[in-house]
Design a protein around this ligand. Structure first.
Ligand code: HPA
Ligand code: ZN
Length: 331
């Protein structure tokens, strides 16, 4: 067995993956045609090349806007889990970011029910499980974030179909000119409604913003957390407290353009500093990635052995929001 095959087959969890960013190219084109949505080019290789996070986001939003209703979300959830299962993913806590769909009149209950239905069908077929994290889209502002969280809490109290899949709340989208502290009220409401908390930060913002997500918003994990390495004191604290970072090394090259090549990524420095830094794909279909390749390229770029990668995979299990028995079952 070569390393790439072994790492593709290795049972892995994933904590940083946007379900919309897993949409198959064929599905994007089919749904865009059906909706009469003009893509700037039908050549997705061309469409999927980005100079910065914000440039990526404009294409991400285009992909998101092809999802017109419950059945589309169900198809997306189904195909997403099938595709990840093919590369050894056994469990995921996966983001969905419904702000523009809610603004366009879709019901949050339909989005959740659709995703949950599709995921359940793929789980039954593959044994690969996926739970959900409802992300606030920062571009829509704090009031829209609070509205989404409030509605999520109502769905939970009502026992709405599929809501048991939604474990937590996070936030994503642009970091430019956005103070994470402005989402405090939404995070408080999410915690009060019983949701776990995470948040994207430090992909395009300084370490002080990462600290705010943990200390002010109460997040238990940080998604990306890349700029943490610029603050050695904060690195020591995150390492001591085992605060998980859901790192997406190849995404940081292909989306954020943060480094010229994977070899320049601070991932090995993060691990060497004792950080609980997991490996994830972010938006695999929109960056031509899969979790097996992500593990393989990290191993090859940084000289990690198969055993090193098993340790990283086990850290992923530790960082999940599963209860201790369910974690034990994955180890
Ligand atoms: N960062 C911010 N927003 C996103 C990302 C990301 O990596 N992927 C999808 N939405
Ligand atoms: Zn992300």
């Amino acid at each position: 067995l070569d390393l790439a095959t072994a790492l593709d087959l290795l049972p892995k969890v994933e904590l940083h993956c946007h379900v919309e960013g897993t949409m198959r190219p064929g599905t994007v084109i089919e749904l865009a045609h059906r909706g009469g949505l003009a893509l700037p080019t039908e050549n997705l290789d061309e469409l999927y090349s980005y100079g910065s996070l914000d440039e990526f986001l404009s294409i991400f939003w285009l992909v998101q806007s092809t999802l017109a209703g419950r059945d589309d979300w169900a198809r997306l959830g189904y195909e997403s889990v099938l595709d990840a299962a093919a590369h050894g993913r056994v469990y995921a806590e996966m983001f969905f970011t419904p702000a523009r769909h809610l603004a366009g009149g879709q019901r949050l209950g339909d989005v959740v029910a659709g995703l949950a239905e599709g995921i359940a069908a793929a789980e039954a077929q593959t044994g690969s499980k996926a739970m959900l994290i409802a992300d606030i889209d920062r571009a829509f502002g704090p009031a829209a974030g609070l509205d989404m969280v409030t509605e999520l809490g109502e769905l939970r109290r009502a026992g709405a179909p599929g809501i048991e899949r939604v474990l937590g709340v996070g936030m994503d989208s642009t970091e430019l000119g956005v103070d994470p502290v402005s989402f405090t009220e939404a995070y408080r409401a999410a915690a009060a409604a019983g949701f776990r908390l995470t948040g994207h930060q430090g992909e395009n913002s300084p370490p002080s913003a990462i600290a705010a997500v943990v200390d002010v918003l109460g997040a238990e994990r940080v998604d990306h957390g890349l700029s943490l390495v610029d603050d050695p004191e904060l690195v020591r604290r995150f390492a001591a407290e085992r605060i998980p970072l859901t790192v997406c090394p190849n995404s940081n090259i292909r989306i954020a353009n943060a480094f010229p090549a994977l070899a320049d990524h601070p991932y090995p420095a993060m691990r060497a500093a004792g950080l609980l830094a997991t490996v994830n794909t972010d938006d695999p279909a929109m960056t031509d990635l899969d979790l097996g390749y992500e593990y393989t390229s990290v191993a090859e770029a940084f000289g990690y052995t198969f055993d090193d990668m098993v340790t990283i995979a086990l850290d992923g299990v530790e960082a999940t929001w599963l209860d201790p028995d369910a974690k034990r079952a994955l180890r």
